[in-house]
Ligand binder design. Sequence first.
Ligand code: HEM
Length: 107
Amino acid sequence: MSGEEGSQIDQESRSSVRIAATSVTAMEIGIHRNWSKSVRQVHRWLSIAFTLTIIGTFVALVQEEPAAWVFYMPLLPLVLLLLTGLYLFLLPYGTKWRSGRRTAAGN
Ligand code: HEM
């Protein structure tokens, strides 16, 4: 009877250790997920900014003497789109690499 109780406590403490370990992992994953969500959102809005600058270049094209700087305007959002886009592209590989590392460590 008491042995059974003891094993029950053992099991409980073991499961709470497991829960604590899982919480750290979940927190890490949560922070990472929040960050990638923000980058995705920034990429989304940059695409709108980029589209507007492209429309701006078309408007400039029909002007008599268009200002040269208007044609360089799409480059800024495009460079930022490239950086955030490459980050989004590499995300799944980073997740796979990280989970692989955990499994290899045996934790
Ligand atoms: C310049 C290089 C760019 C790269 C490397 C790139 C890369 C990516 C990647 C990897 C994704 C995530 C796809 C997924 O797994 O769901 C994405 C999403 C997206 N991209 Fe780009 N992209 C680029 C430029 C652009 C441009 C020029 C536009 C539009 C003007 C654009 C609009 C979007 C939108 C709207 C999404 C979906 C965002 C969301 O899920 O909310 N991207 N891009």
